[in-house]
Write a protein that binds this ligand. Structure first.
Ligand code: H79
Length: 433
């Protein structure tokens, strides 16, 4: 009998332990931050590191199989003489973005913040010696911009990132360190990131696709560690999978939620957490001297609007030059988005994806009893919407309030637009009864 009871006890302990591990209950502050995150709708992604000096994207170490010890010497030449956190943040504000996500440490393993966990960081390994993350954090807090940290979970520079993954195989590491020390290194760095820079909106992980699917990253320990320091901090992981327990948001790389144009999102089924999509203005994330193929103002605005209509934020990237400045063309594009948001922000900020699912002609967003119809691509002078006419108080042009005539049918309304829309985004506002 005693034996039986102790078995029951063991089953109970294992089961309750497993449950404790499985059931993540976000704090009220975390839930509030999720709402605020969704309200912000637009963020600026910044990919900046010692790779920026090579001006060929952030994967150059892997792509050219650069020896990790040689690559590390780059740090001795990193002196971004024009870096000005105040200018970055004011440019970001002018774009209409509400948050910044910056690479605190990318796959190359170089820390862009003053960490005590390794000398391979911007303060200890460069002649610049300034903690740019600290300067940026102070400016963000001052100018009211939320700060998120990109954090690579894979590392091409450390021996204890072992077993090595699918990438970074040609950089010359031969030692076989202990994963445990790598795991602790990450926990300690996250402690620094979450204690030395004020309130952090999110930790944004990347690189989990580097290891086989059944690899045990001890993610939950990492997630719980983050939440034990800043419970309100959102955890977003760009793992290209459905959300994992302990996360607070879901991001899609170069894809709107549910799509797979990039080839990365085939397993990224859309979950219930706040959504985000990240995209580049040109093709590379880190600065490239040759990649001048920037998306047009119209394409960028359309992407922002489509993200909003898909109930997602847009995180639009810039790769600063080695001297610390945003490329001129990136600033031009951000300012263009900002001018548009100045006029149309009400139909984007604080909205959620509208009741009409995204269509070929455009999308809808919604806030309270208002539906915003974003017509991006319509060949006709009329548009059918499956909304019952009796539910509608009025339909008007968003920009000047001019009424739009419509006729009702059994299941919807037909808007009479007079002419084929030619605005970047022809926005209508529907007030529901
Ligand atoms: O930080 C930016 C990129 O550097 C990083 N994510 C954005 C935000 C990124 N790294 N890789 N990718 C995006 C694409 C991933 C490609 C992969 Fe693969 C294809 C991973 C697994 C299959 C490359 C090829 C690595 C292993 C095989």
């Amino acid at each position: 009998m005693k034996h039986f009871i102790s078995i029951l006890m063991m089953i109970y302990l294992v089961y309750s332990g497993a449950l404790a591990q499985e059931n993540y209950i976000p704090t009220a502050e975390n839930l509030k931050n999720r709402e605020e995150f969704q309200d912000m709708k637009f963020g600026v992604f910044i990919h900046w590191g010692i790779y920026s000096m090579m001006a060929d994207g952030e994967w150059i170490m892997n792509n050219k199989n650069l020896n990790y010890k040689e690559y590390a010497l780059l740090a001795q030449g990193f002196y971004p003489s024009a870096f000005d956190a105040a200018k970055w943040v004011s440019d970001v504000k002018a774009s209409g973005a509400k948050y910044i996500c910056i690479t605190s440490r990318h796959h190359d393993g170089f820390s862009m913040f003053g960490t005590k966990q390794s000398p391979y960081n911007i303060v200890d390994a460069t002649p610049f010696k300034r903690d740019i993350i600290k300067e940026l954090a102070e400016e963000c807090h001052k100018q009211g911009i939320k700060l998120h940290f990109y954090y690579s979970i894979l590392d091409w520079s450390r021996d204890d990132y072992f077993p090595i993954g699918r990438s970074g195989r040609g950089v010359g590491r031969t030692n076989k360190g202990e994963w445990k020390t790598y795991h602790n290194f990450m926990l300690n760095q996250l402690t620094e990131l979450l204690t030395n820079y004020g309130e952090i909106g999110a930790i944004w992980f990347d690189g989990m696709w580097d290891q086989p699917e059944d690899f045990d990253w001890k993610l939950r320990e990492i997630y719980d560690h983050i939440h034990s320091i800043q419970p309100g901090c959102l955890i977003i992981n760009n793992h290209h999978l459905a959300p994992i327990e302990g996360e607070d948001g879901q991001t899609f790389e170069k894809d709107l939620p549910g799509q797979n144009q990039s080839g990365y999102s085939s397993t990224a089924t859309v979950g219930k957490l706040p959504l985000e999509t990240c995209e580049t203005m040109n093709h590379t994330w880190g600065y490239s001297i040759t990649d001048k193929d920037y998306k047009s103002e119209k394409e960028l605005i359309h992407y922002l609007v489509k993200a909003a209509g898909n109930n997602a934020n847009l995180l639009m990237n810039v790769g600063p030059r080695p001297n610390g400045e945003f490329p001129d063309i990136a600033i031009e594009r951000y300012l263009a988005i900002g001018r548009w948001l100045n006029e149309y922000g009400e139909s984007i900020y604080g909205t959620r994806g509208g009741i009409i699912e995204p269509r070929d002609w455009g999308v809808t967003t919604q806030k309270g009893n208002k539906i915003y119809v974003h017509i991006l691509n319509l060949e006709d002078d009329a548009l059918y919407l499956p909304i019952q006419g009796k539910m509608i108080a009025s339909v008007k042009q968003f920009i000047d309030g001019k009424p739009i005539k419509f006729t009702t049918s059994e299941k919807g309304i037909l808007l009479n637009l007079n002419s084929k829309p030619d605005a970047i985004d022809y926005v209508l506002e529907i007030d529901m009864k």
